[in-house]
Design a protein around this ligand. Structure first.
Ligand code: FAD
Length: 381
């Protein structure tokens, strides 16, 4: 399925690029150094109506395509991966509600998320259920008053600062993956709490923590979709979010390439610019080629998602896999182009390299993406 960026999408890219250069990039190093959540960036995204970009118009959002969302994630990540993640996680966590929530639940929870008044979190991973997400041990037991949730989720982005939590639990253990049910949980529900914020390699401004449910009472109407449909909701959500992680990776790599090209022009050794050295030229040429190849795959996978194409799971996995591996190697090569300067914290490249790493891990590691691709290639053996 072919795609072409519309005039609106090119204009959106130009708008985000300008905003990123003027307001996001100048904050990136400080956000990384301080490790606090950048509320000013959250406000900037909300004021520019970006936190509701993916939410349907009838619930206060813009209802933009996934391709448009990818362009925004990419341009933000080019300047600051943490800021891009604020945008990406709002979409990730709102999507189970969009996909499976009742009309009342959508009307209740989506408009404040679309306005960016509150943040959302996506709660799937547990200590014993990472790649094997179906092994979830968090339980939800039906009572007369609602469902009682018990368990702990870990590595939850926005865990300590979100108000709205799309949460995946086991309601019927004997039914395996068909026993998983999704709920929307509010931070004010009794029995809900959060653990300490994790100290991480990269994405230093993102607040990642445990969230805990101790006899946490959730109203029955907060179940998203049918009882037992939670795993399908989670997988569909990840299918439509992995292209955004791919876009984030493309943006980080493009940001690193921008710095490396500028440096190769200016830096002189042996009496002339290092950009005249064929060894440097070839590195830059390979980096550019790989960034562009990943971008095309990400845009294609987003287009397939937008058209509900049967190939979307495959392409979504391939785009996240290829783009994140590319971002890891392009950021490392960019450090190399700067030599010792690339290793120092007063240049942005070591931050970009640390930020790139997580795109190979979250929303399913790249080994898991390879499993998805191989299964499609080989079928049932
Ligand atoms: C910064 C950050 C933010 C995150 N945010 C969220 C969030 O908001 N919400 C959320 O729910 N989760 C979140 N996660 C969790 C993330 O999705 C998991 O870390 C990821 O899915 C991997 O799970 P795990 O860490 O338990 O690794 P494990 O599953 O323990 O994997 C360990 C290793 O084994 C490999 N492996 C596992 N299974 C296979 C297999 N079948 N074949 C081959 N290799 C395999 C993996 O690829 C990996 O290399 C976040 C993680 C990080 C680091």
């Amino acid at each position: 399925m072919a795609y072409e960026l519309s005039e609106e999408q090119e204009a959106l890219r130009a708008q985000i690029q300008q905003m990123a250069v003027e307001k996001v990039a100048p904050r990136a190093a400080e956000i990384d150094r301080e490790g606090d959540f950048p509320w000013d960036m959250q406000k900037l995204l909300a004021e520019n109506e970006l936190l509701g970009l993916s939410i349907p118009e009838e619930y206060g959002g813009s209802g933009a395509s996934l391709l448009s969302n990818c362009i925004v994630a990419e341009e933000l990540a080019r300047a600051c991966a943490t800021t891009s993640l604020i945008f990406v996680v709002q979409k990730l966590a709102a999507y189970p509600i969009v996909l499976a929530g009742s009309e009342e639940i959508k009307q209740k929870y989506l408009p404040p998320l679309a306005r960016g008044e509150v943040l959302a979190a996506f709660c799937l991973t547990e200590r014993g259920a990472g790649s094997d997400a179906a092994a979830t041990k968090t339980t939800a037991v039906e009572t007369d008053d609602g469902y009682l949730l018990n368990g702990e989720k870990c590595f939850i982005t926005n865990g300590s600062i979100a108000d709205t939590f799309s949460t995946f639990t086991m309601t019927d253990i004997d039914r395996g993956v068909r026993g998983i049910s999704a709920f929307v949980v509010e931070k004010e529900f009794p029995g809900f709490s959060v653990g300490p914020v994790e100290d991480k390699m990269g994405l230093r401004g993102a607040q990642v923590s445990e969230v805990k449910f101790e006899d946490c009472l959730v109203p029955k109407e907060n179940m998203l979709g049918e009882r037992g449909s939670g795993f399908i909701t989670a997988m569909k959500t990840l299918d439509s979010s992995r292209p955004l992680v791919g876009a984030q990776a493309v943006g980080i790599a493009q940001g690193a390439l921008d710095v490396a090209v500028g440096w190769a022009r200016e830096r002189e050794q042996f009496g002339s610019s290092i950009g005249k050295l064929q060894g440097i030229q070839f590195m830059l040429a390979d980096m550019k080629t790989r960034v562009e190849a990943a971008r095309q795959l990400v845009y294609r996978s987003a287009t397939l998602c937008d058209n509900n194409d049967p190939e979307l799971s495959l392409f979504s996995a391939m785009s996240k896999l290829f783009a994140s591996d590319m971002a890891m190697s392009v950021t490392a090569d960019a450090v190399q182009v700067l030599g010792g300067y690339g290793y120092m914290k007063d240049q942005p490249l070591e931050r970009m390299m640390r930020d790139a790493k997580v795109t190979q891990i979250y929303e399913g590691t790249n080994q898991v993406q390879r499993v998805v691709v191989a299964r499609r290639l080989l079928g049932k053996l």
